[in-house]
Design a protein around this ligand. Structure first.
Ligand code: ATP
Ligand code: MG
Length: 680
């Protein structure tokens, strides 16, 4: 029914409609924040399905799994408006890494990968790098050789940028430049270790995928499965991701990418703005370029301030965004004394918004770096304000949760040494040397239970040994089935928790939660893969655990807030040193990325935006005076010329005398002063 299908277009402006109705050729939608790029993509998918496209033949690549799920729901909602049974379960929607893992698992045999490969998260990958570094004698006590995490960062950057090691060192890690030869040897060892152990790190998911697409037959088969490939947030893809896309669709047919070059904030993961700028020229005839200029998200004053911030960038982001959402309220610049006051002030403002009818879910607090929210988190707990935090240390990073996951991973792939080391060393009396020997044994044999049972149990582990070996056997044979084996593993591990941790009860509760999360996955392998790729927070709805039906505030790093929006947004620490971060080297391109970061933060807000400016800032380096506070200045991205676009307020508001001073109150004031003086 053509007229019914057209109702899908009704709410869209002409530029958006053009993007939805665009035919087969490559298409780039490049447009500013809140202009409807993501919603246009959802409409395009819905329209394709309504026009008869098979939803299983659409590949949708998003920035996070959360974004993919949200896109799926949107498409469903749009299709539900049409008559007749219109259903679209997008079976191929997810992140590049997630889709890569799936394709590699499926194609493993063709490309010489073990089908049972396991995936290392960043921390495990760094551990493996550390093991190899140690084996190669690069971690001697007085060596100033870079830390394992730094080594991994260098390696990862080179892989994702498809760049030479020298170039990466020169551009991004000049201070470890002198170790080039050692690093090269280390990386070779690291690659070899991963292959021997049949593990892939995050970068391998892209690297193997890109390599696989160089095989003409495989590339044609995989590319041929999809009539359309649609990518959101294209400005934050890296070289590898771009080559995967060309591998899938060399002629660009059916390729749609959307993004905003002014929001590129992932260069530390080797993302490059060049991808989006070069996209049109990849094809003959070149891709069609559409822009969207109307912002539907933010009020006029918020948009004006955000536009002004990005307009000061030396790079020209040629986009004029306008909004007809009128409002008298300018974004606020809130000056507070220090971070403690910032936490109190933000908490109070959030409660005030809630009093005014704005649910916590409609509000977010954003920050540059995960630990910036520490003080606020304490304040929120104290005031009983529930919150969920995105980005930063997660539930799954805690030691006990990782222990249990490592056990499952090691059973899944007994050659995975990082997992094996972790598991064996749970047992008392087993250190790296014994663990190493046991792992060699297990890697040689086919049955880990037999291999372990034949090993003499180390003296201190003797009592626990038979139970452990039996558990390994049950898990290996999948005796209990999934997810029951999760409970089996947990009941083995629970008693050991008490010996290892003082807060065993809380940790045991986490493991119960892990068990519940596990129940949401169809198999052990799915559970491990998806959890490693996109770890949920402790109270996430992503893993199929129903969220507590309560209202909660979102705390998020700016990086993790990409593509999202809230009615009220607070941004913490909008001061030099945080934004731009003092970890930025001061090189112009890094500073510019920090400016875009502020732009991304500001453009998340619909109706209310507050930028917090603490006057004093706690630092790690002690000043010569012994002071750990430094004076903080408003970020350089808000020069005086921009101030009229904001309303400047300070908190606490200037005190108004509320009591008439009498002799007795005057005495009370004196006592208060004396009490304070004790602590001076
Ligand atoms: P970002 O750059 O932050 O990812 P975006 O360009 O992807 O932003 P969307 O998130 O798709 O923008 O849209 C921003 C808001 O505008 C959403 O609330 C969306 O529902 C709304 N919106 C988009 N297009 C329209 C439209 N034609 N009419 C009404 N609202 C719209
Ligand atoms: Mg978007």
């Amino acid at each position: 029914d053509p007229t019914a299908r057209d109702t899908l277009l009704e709410s869209l402006n002409p530029q958006q409609q053009a993007a939805v109705l665009h035919g087969e050729g490559p298409l780039l939608v490049i447009a500013g924040a809140g202009s409807g790029k993501t919603s246009t993509l959802a409409h395009r998918v819905a329209r394709l399905v309504a026009d008869g496209a098979d939803p299983r033949r659409l590949l949708l690549l998003t920035f996070s799994r959360r974004a993919a799920a949200e896109m799926g729901r949107r498409v469903e909602r749009l299709l539900a408006r049409l008559p007749g049974p219109q259903r679209a379960s997008l079976s191929w929607s997810g992140t590049f890494h997630g889709i890569g893992a799936r394709l590699l698992r499926e194609q493993a045999e063709c490309i010489g990968l073990a089908p049972g490969f396991t995936i290392l998260d960043r921390e495990d990958a760094a551990d493996l790098m550390g093991l190899v570094r140690h084996e190669q004698g690069l971690s001697g006590r007085d060596s100033r050789f870079p830390l394992k995490a730094t080594c991994l960062a260098v390696y990862s950057r080179a892989v994702n940028a498809e760049a030479e090691l020298e170039t990466v060192l020169d551009l991004a890690f000049p201070w470890v430049r002198m170790w080039e030869a050692e690093l090269r040897r280390l990386f070779a060892g690291y690659v070899e270790a991963k292959q021997r152990q049949q593990v892939l790190d995050y970068d391998d998911l892209l690297l193997y995928w890109a390599q696989m697409m160089l095989e003409p037959e495989i590339a044609a088969e995989i590319g041929g499965r999809f009539d359309h490939v649609l990518v959101d947030e294209y400005q934050d893809t890296n070289r590898l991701q771009a080559s995967i896309l060309t591998g899938l669709k060399p002629d660009g047919r059916g390729v749609t990418v959307v993004g905003d070059d002014a929001q590129a904030i992932y260069s530390f993961r080797a993302a490059t703005n060049r991808n989006i700028l070069d996209f049109p020229g990849l094809y003959r005839p070149p891709a069609r370029i559409l822009t969207l200029e109307r912002n539907y998200r933010s009020t006029g004053p918020i948009l004006a301030a955000s536009n002004a911030v990005i307009a000061l960038a030396p790079e020209r982001y040629a986009k004029d965004l306008w909004s007809d959402r009128l409002s008298g309220e300018r974004p606020q610049l809130v000056t507070v004394r220090d971070e403690a006051d910032q936490a109190r002030c933000v908490a109070e403002r959030i409660l005030a918004h809630r009093e005014a009818g704005l649910a916590l879910k409609e509000q977010a607090v954003l920050f540059r770096t995960s630990h910036h929210s520490g003080m606020l988190e304490v304040e929120l707990v104290r005031r009983n304000i529930p919150f969920v935090k995105f980005g930063g240390l997660k539930f799954l990073d805690s030691a006990h949760v990782k222990d249990l996951l490592a056990l499952l991973r090691w059973i899944e792939n007994p050659r995975d040494r990082v997992a094996g080391f972790r598991v064996l060393q749970i047992l008392p009396g087993i250190g790296p040397a014994i663990a190493g020997r046991l792992l060699d044994r297990v890697a040689e044999g086919f049955d880990p239970e037999l291999a372990l049972a034949a090993a003499p149990p180390p003296a201190r582990a003797e009592a626990l040994w038979p139970d452990f070996v039996a558990l390994v056997g049950r898990l290996h044979r999948r005796a209990a089935g999934w997810p029951a084996e999760m409970a089996d593993a947990r009941s083995w591990y629970d008693p050991l928790l008490a010996e290892r941790h003082a807060d065993a009860a809380a940790r045991a509760a986490d493991l119960v939660q892990l068990e519940q999360i596990a129940a949401g996955y169809a198999s052990r392998e799915r559970f491990l893969t998806e959890l490693t790729l996109d770890p949920p927070g402790a109270t996430s709805d992503e893993a199929g655990v129903p969220l507590l039906d309560e209202d909660y505030l979102i705390l998020s790093t700016i990086h993790s807030a990409k593509g999202q929006e809230w009615t009220a947004v607070h941004v913490l620490n909008v001061v030099d040193g945080c934004m731009p971060s003092d970890l930025a080297t001061g090189r112009a391109d890094e500073i510019e990325e920090e400016r875009r970061l502020l732009y991304v933060a500001m453009t998340r807000a619909r109706d209310h935006l507050a930028l917090m400016l603490p006057h004093r800032f706690y630092t790690h380096q002690q000043a010569p005076t012994g002071d750990r506070y430094v004076h903080a200045a408003r970020t350089r991205f808000l020069p005086p010329a921009l101030l009229p676009l904001f309303e400047e307020v300070s908190w606490p508001p200037p005190a108004r005398p509320t009591v008439v001073a009498t002799d007795s109150t005057r005495r009370a004031v004196d006592i208060a002063a004396r009490l304070r003086a004790i602590w001076r």
